[in-house]
Design a protein around this ligand. Structure first.
Ligand code: 2ND
Length: 399
């Protein structure tokens, strides 16, 4: 088991999670169960042994971490029942953590066994296409939403090393926009420069043209220039991780002004070797000081043997996060979600209510009261809301 501290629940209130990979959040029990049903032999027969194999135990490299997916993806990929099941169970697990809104991401190609070249995970060709994978995940998420009373949306990932898949990915985002697919992402090994890969660029241009939201893994282990490229070339609206933005202070200030959202994953950032393992030096401490817009996320809880509670307790115990900051970052996360505006407004109001910030209700005449807690200082670029209306794009939470 990865060396963690005793898990505490330090923020037992409704939460938003924007950066978590479906294929990095599968239950070990399910992997074993599906393997048994399909007659697939695994190197481990018990949950304890299989957990040991799937988990990154010590800070490693992103490449070593990505290698962990090969331990179990062949069990789930190509199996309709398993794919729907992992989506459903994912929603159940998130509901148990107190998440009320989640955007979960995955590569449809990594779960398919036909219409994908090359066929991943050494599978034999079958008849499950990336398109049908998206339908199955949508079904699992929708059933989970009903059963566990949370909202689950999905993001489809392009993979850095497979630019030839990206056109399909954006087409699937367009096709399933009405079925809960809210955005496109670019995941995988960031040291591969996407400028050299027109496949990704063209997919992101099409996404922008068609109103598909865009996030990009950037500045996780790659330099600030990858973040710059994500923002300027791929027109990313959010950045996955983004820690190395701090290397380029000019760009960082510009993104602060733009209220760019950073999807921060504390436990992940230690175990992928993205950040110093000493959490007291974590970039999110600077983000907090600068009142940046960011979320706290698990990324791949299966592989980090973690939960969202662990990310929050780490933030509290090692980075000095307070309850007020947890509220602030969750409201900012809701505001940076890829929901349509009306649903976003409802979600933000749900948080205000749960956090006892009823004066902050979006649409109420005293909306400013909810914003100006703490020092109440406005940063350059912060805009105050008038009493008359709600503009989520200019909606900053200032504590
Ligand atoms: O933290 C990550 N950085 C880059 N790529 C990642 C990370 N976590 C998961 N992935 C990759 C591996 C998955 O198979 C893929 C789609 O979810 O995204």
């Amino acid at each position: 088991m990865a060396e963690h501290f005793t898990e505490q629940i330090v923020f037992n209130k409704p939460k938003i999670e924007l950066h978590v990979h479906l294929d990095g959040a599968i239950r070990v029990e399910t992997i074993l169960d599906v393997a048994r049903r399909r007659g697939i032999t695994l190197p481990a027969g018990t949950v304890k042994e299989m957990t040991h194999i799937c988990v990154v135990h010590q800070p490693a490299t992103l490449t070593e971490f990505l290698g962990k997916f090969a331990e179990y993806m062949h069990v789930i990929a190509g199996d309709r029942e398993a794919i729907k099941r992992i989506a459903y169970e994912f929603v159940e697990d998130k509901a148990k953590e107190g998440v009320i809104y989640v955007e979960v991401r995955y590569s449809p190609h990594f779960l398919a066994n036909t219409d994908v070249e090359p066929i991943p995970w050494n599978q034999k060709e079958g008849d499950l296409s990336p398109d049908e994978v998206v339908c199955l995940v949508n079904q699992g998420l929708a059933e989970g939403e009903k059963a566990f009373n949370i909202i689950a949306r999905s993001i489809l990932c392009c993979m850095r090393h497979m630019p030839s898949w990206s056109k399909d990915v954006v087409e699937l985002c367009k096709k399933y926009k009405k079925d809960g697919v809210v955005a496109i992402d670019l995941a995988g090994d960031e040291s591969l420069n996407c400028e050299a890969y027109p496949g990704h660029r063209m997919a992101y241009e099409e996404a922008e043209r068609c109103g598909v939201h865009r996030t990009v893994h950037a500045g996780e282990v790659g330099p600030a220039s990858v973040v710059k490229e994500a923002v300027e070339v791929l027109k990313a609206e959010r950045i996955g991780h983004g820690y190395n933005i701090l290397e380029d202070q000019v760009l960082y200030k510009q993104l602060l002004e733009q209220n760019m959202h950073f999807e921060v994953c504390p436990i992940s950032s230690k175990l992928t070797g993205a950040c110093d393992p000493d959490f007291t030096k974590h970039p999110v401490i600077t983000f907090r000081k600068d009142k940046a817009n960011y979320s706290l996320n698990t990324d791949d809880p299966l592989i980090f043997n973690s939960t969202l509670h662990l990310d929050y307790s780490t933030a509290q115990n090692y980075m000095g996060f307070t309850e007020e900051e947890f509220k602030r970052l969750n409201i900012n996360s809701a505001n940076s979600s890829f929901l349509p505006e009306k649903e976003k407004k409802d979600l933000i109001n749900k948080l205000y209510e749960a956090y006892g910030m009823v004066d902050g209700f979006v649409g109420s005449s005293s909306v400013l009261d909810g914003f100006l807690l703490g020092d109440g200082e406005l940063r350059n670029g912060d805009r105050m809301l008038g009493h008359s209306g709600y503009n989520p794009l200019s909606h900053f939470i200032v504590f």
